[in-house]
Design a protein around this ligand. Structure first.
Ligand SMILES: [Zn+2]
Ligand SMILES: [Zn+2]
Length: 302
């Protein structure tokens, strides 16, 4: 599978025996990424058998404790375990400041380099790009500056139709050109790209909305993704509380999914007031049918 999402923690505010606070592990074609790192994430990673040393990128959405309080412990353990590889942390600028104080006062020395890249406020921005994956950070609406993250598979080279290679005795150079989408012009003939390549494969995409109240542009930011993780801290019965704390209801999350025409909606970040997720699921599924309330340890593939 080119994409695997593992839910490390799906609760809000405080860790409980049944739900950890927010964290997710993404393996996007061997790019190993952690999204948020609430308290207890390290233990949850062990519980769900994620190899911590493989992580290359950590994305921190905002500075509420349930999204980052596990970070110092995790960084420290990686050092004790002898990591040497660079770790890049994309985060609000204040997080670096906060961690540097902690590192300095505790005299912490790391066995590996840590690079901090600050998220910018205002508009969506591509923060990471290689030949396979593009990650875009987008601003959401919460009590403090907060970002969501969108993962898009980058345009792949076309696959050549083996039958065409044989039929037209295509040369190595011609195959290279065709893979890039070019037509082949020969002295006495012309090969149309569509006749010598296989149909384009669909590109996969995932978005993580982080903590947010409902706002119109969210549907643009996550438009068309295969999989959307959206918080649903409350139901419409607690709409006042949702507005006050700048969180979403299950209905609002489903409205975003519907407007954005996503493939599947994953709900999480539930308030500890819910003993089970029946009410949340029912509310959301009235608006958008392809919806799941996640549990810690759940895995989703694309
Ligand atoms: Zn939260
Ligand atoms: Zn928050």
């Amino acid at each position: 599978m080119p994409f695997k999402l593992k839910i490390i923690g799906s609760g809000s505010a405080i860790p409980t025996l049944t739900r950890g606070v927010t964290s997710q592990y993404v393996n996007f074609n061997e790019r190993h990424i952690l999204i948020d790192c609430g308290e207890g994430t390290q233990m949850q990673l062990r519980r769900y058998k994620v190899k911590m040393q493989r992580l290359k990128i950590i994305l921190i959405s905002h500075l509420h404790g349930d999204h980052y309080l596990g970070l110092v412990g995790l960084l420290s353990s990686l050092s004790i375990l002898g990591r040497t590889q660079l770790l890049t942390i994309y985060c609000p600028a204040e997080l670096e400041e906060l961690l540097q104080v902690q590192f300095r006062l505790a005299g912490m020395k790391f066995s590996y380099p840590i690079e901090f890249i600050h998220l910018k406020e205002g508009k969506p921005e591509v923060i990471f790009e290689d030949n396979i994956l593009q990650i875009t950070a987008f601003p959401v609406r919460h009590r403090i500056p907060t970002w969501g993250f969108r993962f898009d598979e980058r345009e792949k080279e076309l696959n050549i139709d083996p039958a065409a290679v044989k039929q037209f005795s295509m040369t190595h150079d011609e195959i290279k050109k065709a893979k890039k989408g070019e037509d082949i012009v020969r002295e006495t003939s012309y090969l149309r790209n569509a006749d010598i390549t296989l149909p384009k494969q669909k590109l996969i995409s995932y978005a993580y909305s982080s903590d947010t109240s409902y706002f119109e542009q969210m549907a643009d930011y996550v438009q068309g993704v295969d999989l959307l993780y959206h918080e649903a801290t409350f139901t419409e019965k607690q709409k006042d509380r949702a507005d006050k704390t700048m969180h979403s209801t299950a209905r609002e999350a489903a409205t975003v999914a519907k407007k954005a025409k996503v493939g599947q909606l994953l709900l999480g970040h539930f308030s500890a007031r819910f003993k089970n997720t029946d009410e949340l699921l029912e509310e959301a599924s009235q608006i958008f049918e392809q919806v799941v309330c996640v549990q810690d340890g759940d895995e989703f593939d694309l």
